[in-house]
Ligand binder design. Sequence first.
Ligand code: SF4
Ligand code: SF4
Length: 268
Amino acid sequence: MPIDPKFQKKRKKAGKEKGTTIWGPLDPPQKLGIRGTYVAVDWDICEGCGTCLEVCPQQVYDWTVTHDHPISEKKPLPAKELSCVQCYTCETECPVQAIRIIFPGPTGWERAVTFLMLSQIIVGIIYGALFGPHLGLPIPFYVGWFISAVALLFFFSSAIYYPRKGEPGKGKGTMDTTVLVDSGTYGIVRHPQILGGILLVSASILISQHWLAAIIGVPVSVSLYMETAKEEKGLMTKFGDDYKRYTQKVPRMNLLLGIARRLRRRNE
Ligand code: SF4
Ligand code: SF4
């Protein structure tokens, strides 16, 4: 029987091992539960074949000795689960389906940046809509509204395209794509969602024309842009040569270049 995909709802946390969450019930050495939250391994199913350690490009797993377990006496502990790039190789190749990979969403600093970004966008746009632009400049104000309309399409790209084109695994979230998405807004820039966020932050500055929107918005935009480099590293590992070809075809964030290349491809 494979690992229970709903283990986080059905099981209770029973402690930690090297910082990795243990999900019970436990009755060692016979019953060892599940190790990990985002890279989860059911130790009661695992046969200790070592395939997951061999195939993982991120060295997420460490061997752990489990004396007297009835199935195998060593198990992979996903000690570096936050380094996982969701390539799903281990999950696919595990002969007994003991592994479940779950997209963790933003963590730590990324959560703080997301919070600041959403606050800046919402407060800035509402301020501009209710009180008008702080500096009273009409052209930037209307340009801001135009940018925000375009930005929304990009901002919701993953919600629009991932479920249809990314083939997320059964019972998984939309971010758990198994296929490289390179069409729609992803055919214009490689990070449409982040570009959408930066455009919305810029629109908020133009609409509100308030110094506070600029002071928060500029570092948030820089931080969002820097996030793309980390994301690309993971995607390169996950999709290999396909992603390399994609980077040669589609620019990272340059919207005008992306549109020009897209039009050229269409006319070829
Ligand atoms: S999904 Fe890929 S990166 Fe993540 S633990 Fe498995 S093999 Fe490693
Ligand atoms: S591939 Fe599966 S069975 Fe083999 S060690 Fe990893 S979790 Fe265990």
